[in-house]
Ligand binder design. Structure first.
Ligand code: SAM
Ligand code: SF4
Length: 490
């Protein structure tokens, strides 16, 4: 089931994948001719920015081999890029698979592929192969860069005598092809990417996570932390800027520990200073900052930068020192508060957002009071609040779980407090004129555009479509709770 097919040389790996991209082109072209129509593909993304970026890589390959990429799941090929951070994400995928099975009954030649964090879990693979046997291909997170190769086998069938240069690491389980690696050292970033937005892009600076927070599945499904070489990252961003990109988001599970394990170590702040020098790039964002590793050097770098956006996502998880210890977060309530208030003092207009988990095993009303105390003191600009979800295989799964009704009550208290502080913070921008990156035409009213301020607040204002991808000055005229209706200032 687990294939440990490690090749460390990524140039060999890139050559291998382009070989399969060429073979797939022939397959798609043949399908188009025989059906006398376009061959469609749909990629559905669940979860975080990391998955969104992976989906751009999948779409890049699909388009380069000739698929017509559409948004309708009733396509010739449908791919679910899954998330397993919380159980409801898994349940959503199982629910949606039911619909795909109906489509597949109507169109037996349809292909269904599952990848992402869920499919890195062996128990999920077993369940899929047993109860969802219409799925054609399952691949894990570590070998996603071999997507073209595996998709080729989905179409031509897995015949070991096929005239290919390479031996495949795929296995057949029932009717499904499966390839899941336990780990990898390979970072393979030079394959086609189809960016969703021409003016902004995510850039992976590292993969995996070493922190093992006791509730979290990420280290088990994304593997150990691996940083990309700074030169490679810079080259990629320079290329993106040449293609018209003005904003980038540096992505990692804990960007503050970037570069520590490289042969020539470099700090995250140093990387940011190098990125800042790229001409034509106007905005830099990053995600996520673990509070335990956030340095004074980073705060100074943001403060002195002209390009780094004034938004920091600083997950709290809990305000209770006792719970933080049980979560293995490595900071306590006081240290977190000290850090957040230092950031507010040094960069007063910065937006601080956070993630909070309510209902972690052993959490009491008093622990939640501590969380609420931190929310009031930090005055978050926004927060994602989650009900703790038990993840099999994590240490917290074997702790005694809390009563659901109690958790729901505590969750509502936290949510109410977060919304209160967020409203107060957003109000502070009333009547200010601030630069906004125009992202799209407003979905509800096409006369309006939707822009994003440096601090990540959304503002809707009247303007013409040709401003998409440009930075314009907007007056925050009417506060609507968490966003603004603005007026563009010429
Ligand atoms: N690496 C980031 C960090 O350390 O903050 C977070 C990545 S995780 C994909 C995003 C968020 O999901 C976490 O910050 C946490 O609040 C939430 N999360 C992770 N595991 C969870 C679980 N088992 N139940 C509920 N929320 C969870
Ligand atoms: Fe999960 Fe903690 Fe790693 Fe974030 S830092 S991905 S919460 S283990």
């Amino acid at each position: 089931m687990i294939n440990n097919f490690e090749t460390r040389d990524n140039s060999e790996e890139i050559k291998r994948q382009y070989y399969y991209i060429d073979l797939l082109k022939e397959v798609v072209s043949h399908l188009k001719t025989s059906k006398n129509r376009d061959i469609t593909a749909c990629v559905e993304t669940f979860g975080c920015q990391m998955n969104a970026r992976d989906s751009e890589k999948i779409t890049g390959i699909l388009k380069s081999v000739g698929f017509e990429v559409i948004e309708d799941e009733n396509a010739d090929l449908t791919i679910y890029n899954t998330c397993s951070v919380r159980d409801n994400a898994n349940q959503k995928v199982y629910g949606r698979l039911g619909r795909l099975s109906t489509y597949k009954k109507q169109n037996p030649e349809m292909k269904v592929v599952l990848c992402g964090c869920m499919t890195q879990e062996e128990c999920v693979i077993d369940k899929l192969c047993k109860s969802y046997s219409f799925v054609d291909l399952i691949l894990g997170t570590h070998n996603l860069f071999r997507f073209a190769e595996y998709l080729y086998y989905v179409y031509v069938g897995i015949d070991r005598n096929l005239d290919t240069q390479y031996e495949s690491d795929i296995i057949v389980k029932g009717k499904t092809l499966v390839s899941r690696w336990e780990k990898t050292e390979i970072i393979c970033e030079k394959l086609p990417v189809d960016r969703k937005y021409f003016y902004k892009s995510g850039v992976n600076i590292m993969f995996g996570c070493n922190n093992f927070c006791t509730y979290c599945i990420v280290p088990y499904v994304r593997g150990r932390e691996r940083s990309r070489e700074a030169d490679e990252i810079i080259k990629e961003i320079e290329g993106l800027v040449k293609d018209g990109c003005i904003e980038i988001m540096l992505l990692g599970q804990n960007v503050n520990s970037y570069g520590k394990n490289l042969s020539e170590p470099i700090s995250f702040a140093e990387l940011l200073r190098r990125v800042e020098k790229i001409e034509g790039l106007e905005r830099i964002r990053f995600m996520t900052s673990h509070p335990k590793d956030l340095s004074d050097e980073l705060i100074q770098t943001i403060k002195e930068s002209k390009k780094i956006c004034h938004h920091i996502h600083l997950p709290l998880q809990s305000g209770s020192t006792r719970i933080l210890k049980s979560m293995n977060r490595v900071y306590d309530k006081e240290k977190y508060l000290e850090l957040a208030l230092k950031i507010r003092r040094e960069i007063p207009d910065i937006a601080i957002t956070t993630d909070i988990i309510v209902g972690f095993p052993g959490e009491t009303k008093e622990d939640v009071d501590d969380t609420i105390d931190v929310i009031r003191k930090v005055q978050y600009d926004n927060a994602f609040t989650f009900i703790y979800s038990m993840r099999t295989g994590t240490p917290a799964a074997s702790m005694e779980q809390l009563d659901e009704n109690f958790v729901k009550e505590q969750f509502d208290r936290v949510l109410e407090c977060v919304q209160e502080t967020a409203r107060e913070r957003v109000k502070l921008m009333q009547d200010q004129v601030l630069p906004a990156l125009v992202e799209e035409v407003n979905k509800q009213d096409p006369e309006y555009l939707t822009g994003r301020l440096s601090n990540n607040t959304i503002v809707h204002f009247k303007g013409s479509q040709d401003l998409i991808g440009k930075i314009v000055n907007v007056k925050c005229a009417e506060c609507k709770g968490f966003y603004y209706i603005g007026e563009m200032i010429e």
